[in-house]
Design a binder for this molecule. Structure first.
Ligand code: GUN
Length: 291
């Protein structure tokens, strides 16, 4: 039976460590500040944003939310970002996605100053991360996965890591982090057009699935002793839950758990790590701003 990799517990430990580092920085006169820009009133986005700013405050950082109306123009949004880019008390800026369809999200993300782009979505940060520059802000989900592997003492050197999914936010940065000197993994990237997906996933020492499709990976698709990192977040109707749904990942957890060495649950696996890494990136932004 696989060991469960507990993202909630790893996050708790990391946040204690981060709180100490924030206190030290505050003693030297700098309080890290994160501004979250939320357009419209999508309830799921509102809940995410609230938990991000709450987590900042809990660590002794300053968190603020700027809530703009659903019909805000591109120019008005750019003006808000310009103001945050210029504000020395704001070290990190995050524009919550998805944006309403009339706003060009790529142009919006590129409008952030790269030094404040704690999501790591700006092309400058994607490029810095790709060349292995430590000043890069690494997107929170891949950064969180690397931290989980490290803290769970899961070796990556010489291991075959198979990633399912090719997103800019998770899979591509994760591939370059894993193959870098240090982690030293051999990485295979697969995606929706990969023929005979199972022939790749069965080779994985570490299987990372970031697609968004329930039960995409079944037990016959993995080898015994695999480590499984499930990034999927899928809502499944569930009348017994007060919210009317429950969250599941992309892998058949119950069946794969019998075969794997270790596995991340959903919820309580990769999810909690992402906000923790956002806090770490905000601290990094505040430190780098001081230099
Ligand atoms: N919406 C859902 N997850 C994220 C995230 O990590 N960053 C941003 N900006 N928006 C999101």
């Amino acid at each position: 039976m696989a060991r469960i990799i507990d993202g909630t517990e790893i996050s708790r430990v990391m946040r204690e460590e981060l709180a100490k580092q924030v206190a030290e920085l505050r003693d030297s006169g700098v309080t890290p500040g994160l501004s979250v820009v939320l357009v419209g009133n999508n309830p799921a986005s509102q809940a995410y944003v609230a938990s991000k700013t709450r987590a900042c405050e809990a660590l002794g950082m300053k968190g603020q939310t700027l809530n703009l109306p659903e019909d805000v123009s591109k120019e008005e949004l750019f003006a808000v970002i310009d103001r945050l880019n210029a504000d020395p008390a704001v070290h990190g800026i995050l524009v919550q996605l998805p944006l309403p369809a009339h706003l060009p999200y790529k142009a919006v993300l590129e409008h952030l100053h790269p030094d404040k782009d704690v999501d790591g979505f700006h092309p400058v940060n994607a490029g810095l991360a790709f060349v292995g520059d430590p000043r890069a802000f690494v997107p929170c989900t891949p950064a969180g996965i690397m931290e989980m592997l490290r803290r769970e003492s899961i070796p990556t050197r010489g291991k075959h890591v198979v990633i399912v999914g090719r997103s800019l936010i998770v899979s591509k940065p994760l591939a370059s982090l894993l193959m870098a000197p240090g982690p030293d993994a051999t990485v295979t990237l697969t995606h929706r057009h990969t023929s005979d997906l199972a022939s790749y996933t069965r080779q994985a020492d570490i299987l990372i699935v970031a697609v968004g499709k329930q039960n995409l990976i079944t037990a016959d698709m993995v080898k015994p002793g695999v480590v499984v990192i499930d990034v999927g977040q899928n809502r499944v109707p569930d009348e017994s839950s007060p919210r009317g749904y429950r969250m599941v990942g992309d892998v058949d957890f119950d069946a794969i758990r019998l075969k794997a060495e270790a596995i991340t649950p959903v919820p309580g696996g990769v999810g909690p790590m992402t906000i923790t890494m956002l806090l770490a990136n905000t601290l990094q932004a505040a430190r780098q701003a001081r230099q």
